[in-house]
Ligand binder design. Structure first.
Ligand SMILES: Nc1ncnc2c1ncn2[C@@H]1O[C@H](COP(=O)(O)OP(=O)(O)OP(=O)(O)O)[C@@H](O)[C@H]1O
Ligand SMILES: Nc1ncnc2c1ncn2[C@@H]1O[C@H](COP(=O)(O)OP(=O)(O)OP(=O)(O)O)[C@@H](O)[C@H]1O
Ligand SMILES: [Mg+2]
Ligand SMILES: [Mg+2]
Lengths: 164, 166, 166, 164
């Protein structure tokens, strides 16, 4: 089970359709401050079903939709698609699984698996199946590495239980 | 359930001891459950860490870089108990000096066999370790775009430029 | 007292607007008091920041480096209201890329006239700005000692070595 | 009013007497992780009267005394001396003011100004006189720069009042 590709459009600062091939074992993302690196991390969390605006640094879920920039209008929808290669052929024998998530400024939310609209629950089942259940993908956000040390012993335990 | 947590904890603990020693090239560390007399379900997790040559002290007295290395050891220790297919690290190497970045990458290599990693970084040494590098730029202010980057072009990218256009 | 706070606040606010623009080479930022209808003594301080070319959004959506630059603008804005004889900064430039370190140093220069600064850093550009550099080493593990360092020797120091002995 | 020198002995990792000349307008402190840079910052805070163990990353005030290292015994006392040049000649016409602080493992604490033992209150008066009252020396600790942004609006106000 491996990650192949990520496509983002209208998601945070990625106004235009932008594609990332994640075929290698170690992919690096670099660039100056504020250029969008952590937004790529947010895109992955979001398409995998993250429901917490705060976890994406926003206060409302629609904060992920491209809000406009100098000489550029805001957009009406954010869309991210992540593609996995699943050699187990769990999905009608298909070896690639596409999971897409969309959100409009009117708060209309939709999920798609291999092009067919599904519910969030179905996305979660797919992820559980492929070993990527909640917490099954590991994301260490910027500035958060110290949290496991500065947390009190009980909060630390909560982190353990989530991971295990 | 109590037993699942206990098993997980014991395995994570052993991993933590090993990985800490690898990251620090010595020293020792441990984690243990506090408050176990009342109820294991209420127990908190305590951490002790002793870099090589130093005294055992509270983790609060560790330096910024030592704390990052200790936290990375915990993260990898937990991860090893139940590895997931991929893992994303956003600037975890921020507080590390060159020597510690090197040690961090050496330990990271052991995990790459079973897990795909994606790492956001400002460290050249970490970039050099990556098989593929993506540069993110904002050629038009406020709009991000992505370009493939070769290792010798990283300075241009980091200064916000685009290779081949300077 | 309410009036002293208000005066301080208004001056800090004006400083913040100016310093932010200098640090970001454009854009705008502001700070204002919330809850002023009940009681100014209960008011909290809200911050808004808009880097050049970007939309005005919550400061939580800013990047790591943009947050540091905004926090530095607040720090210096307050400092300017009542400058003290000396100021110590421990790795405030940690999250900054080369361009932002340069801008940070340019603003820092305005303050050096009236205040002595001592800055702990891992950035070569910041080291180059300093008039005097002290290297700290632990030649014997667990025991710190200090040596004077010339700019061309910084790599040796940062790798834990001692100049002249490698 | 300017900072001239700092001398530390038995303070955290500075077991042996170590001296720093702070004569210039911008002094840099560099070195690898864990070598003692932030301990220098702690030494300055401590000698200027900081009473909070937590602010020095410890849980007890005696955590600042050198605890020993490989092949080296713990020490019985921590001592730091800071020297200011005071051109106002406020102290019997002396142009240099030495402030020293000592703490033993038996928790005996003492303060000295120009060699004479004084109370903490006297140290504070000296500092107020020279424009270095509480908060009058500005210290931005490692990892704390983000705090003024992540603090809630009321906590932020507290930071303002302390600084102003
Ligand atoms: N919905 C949105 N629409 C447009 N721009 C957005 C949106 N959400 C966030 N941004 C912008 O994205 C930028 C932050 O990007 P990001 O956090 O990815 O930076 P970064 O590359 O990780 O930088 P650093 O190295 O400083 O951490 C901010 O300037 C923010 O204004
Ligand atoms: N009382 C003490 N006795 C001996 N060693 C101590 C004492 N207190 C702290 N230390 C040691 O000092 C070291 C931390 O030093 P410090 O925080 O100054 O590092 P640093 O140079 O700032 O590193 P970094 O770049 O990682 O922030 C720790 O390894 C800690 O064990
Ligand atoms: Mg970032
Ligand atoms: Mg430090």
């Amino acid at each position: 089970m491996r990650l192949k590709r990520l496509v983002a459009r209208g998601f945070k600062s990625f106004a235009d359709k932008t594609e990332f091939e994640f075929d290698s074992r170690l992919t690096g993302i670099i660039g100056p401050n504020g250029c969008g690196k952590s937004n790529v991390v947010d895109a992955i969390k979001w398409v995998l079903g993250d429901q917490r605006a705060k976890s994406l640094r926003g206060s409302s879920m629609t904060d992920v939709i491209f809000k406009g920039a100098e000489g550029r209008e805001a957009m009406g929808m954010a869309e991210v698609t992540i593609t996995f290669e699943d050699l187990g052929g769990r999905f009608d024998g298909a070896t690639e699984i596409d999971i897409s998530r969309r959100l409009t400024v009117d708060k209309e939310s939709s999920y798609l698996v291999n092009g067919s609209e599904v519910r969030l629950k179905d996305v979660r089942d797919v992820l559980l199946d492929t070993g990527l259940g909640t917490g099954g993908y590991s994301v260490m956000e910027q500035g958060r590495i110290d949290a496991v040390l500065s947390a009190n012993p009980e909060a630390r335990r909560a982190i353990f239980e989530e991971a295990a | 359930s109590k037993t699942l947590f206990e098993d997980t904890f014991h395995e994570a603990r052993k991993n933590f001891q090993d990985i800490f020693r690898k990251l620090f090239q010595g020293g020792k560390a441990d984690m243990f459950l506090s408050n176990t007399d009342d109820d294991m379900l209420e127990a908190g997790i305590e951490i002790v860490a002793q870099p090589p040559g130093k005294q055992l002290q509270s983790i609060n007295l560790l330096s910024g870089g030592e704390r990052t290395m200790t936290a990375v050891a915990i993260l990898f220790a937990l991860f090893k108990v139940r590895p997931s297919p991929f893992c994303i690290l956003d600037e975890v190497d921020a507080a590390l000096d060159e020597t510690n970045v090197e040690r961090f990458l050496r330990v990271l290599r052991d995990f790459i066999a079973d897990t795909q990693f994606c790492i956001v970084t400002h460290h050249k040494r970490t970039m050099a370790e990556c098989q593929v590098l993506y540069g993110i730029t904002m050629q038009r202010r406020g709009v991000s775009s992505r370009i493939a980057v070769a290792l010798h072009e990283v300075d241009t990218i980091q200064d916000g430029g685009v290779p081949g256009t300077s």
